[in-house]
Ligand binder design. Sequence first.
Ligand code: PLP
Length: 392
Amino acid sequence: MTIKVNDNFAALSKSYLFSEIGRRVREYQEAHPEANIVRMGIGDVTRPLPQCVVNAMKAAADELGKAETFRGYPPEYGYDFLREAISAHYAEMGVEMPADDIFVSDGAKSDCGNFVDVLGDNDIYLPDPVYPVYRDSNVMSGRRITLLPSGRDNDFLPMPDENCGTGVYYLCSPGNPTGAAYSAQQLARWVEFAKKSGSLIIFDAAYEAFITDDCPRSVYLVPGARECAVEICSFSKTAGFTGTRCGYTVVPSELVFDGVHLRDLWARRQATKFNGVSYPVQRAAQAAYSPEGMAACYENIAYYRENAAMLASVLDEKGIYYTGGKNSPYLWLQCPNGMGSWEFFDYLLDKANIVGTPGEGFGKCGEGFFRLTSFSTHELTAEAVRRLREVL
Ligand code: PLP
């Protein structure tokens, strides 16, 4: 007799995208120690936290150090002050969202991966290419996955079609890796489809703050979404919390399947398996919503946008097809001259000493495409642009 392990793990993809990138870059750097490599592949922010966010975190830590203001375990669903601040953020977008429907977490990745806990044996539908967490968390739990292909014909924004049945649909807008964002009309079609077919949409809005046009920043801006969609969001890209860790999931009280309120299941799941986000981090997240915090966050986002515009300008100049950039920190471009994703990765590394992310690592439909990010400094982005102009 022996312990049985979860064999679903054996079905996970063996290609570890970022470790393979790391290996190729290391080998290249060893062979070319003089090469000054510019990294445009990371999905991590580089701008520091706003000062008022840091001050709030420090003040909260001081409170924990005094007997009169000490706090122990936080509430599993988040402190009321933060749930109410998030609710007020929705109100500013024109969405009425009661604080009771908002569940604070340590980030969107955990929630994307954990939400399967409250779902039964459903068909799972994922865009291809896709943020790998949706795929791998469903592979780990042995669920049937159907991919929704995307490409130039739908500008990497898959829509419901005759192959779509009742199931759980993960949508990410603006998307990672493609940077493409759904319009209000497109999201309305998804909501209509979900309601008609009895499906659930898991809407990942981690990049909502990057939207510059009239694409919806929340799925709840679409009428009817409260009855068919969960929304997951994060302070990571909005407020620079990738290392600080805070996010939230909205499960509206109207979401009822088989007579069961999904919100009750998620509340139970969180209360059982999660002990909340630390007090200083929640105070820091609250401070990000203050007028000073919002101004500083949008200044940082504007900084990344300028980088994205610099990268977009060279792609425009060279007539290269791409999505993203406008509403997203990501630019998703077609590799020139019919090159494959990894072939282009090696070409850029060798000819321009630039590291990006091969699109094939996000799914089959990503083959022949490549992701560049704007999460770098102006100086390094300008240098990357100069080199790209020479080699593209
Ligand atoms: N969702 C998407 C689409 C992402 O790209 C990322 C991070 O890159 C996350 C979620 C993770 O967010 P967090 O840092 O809050 O875990």
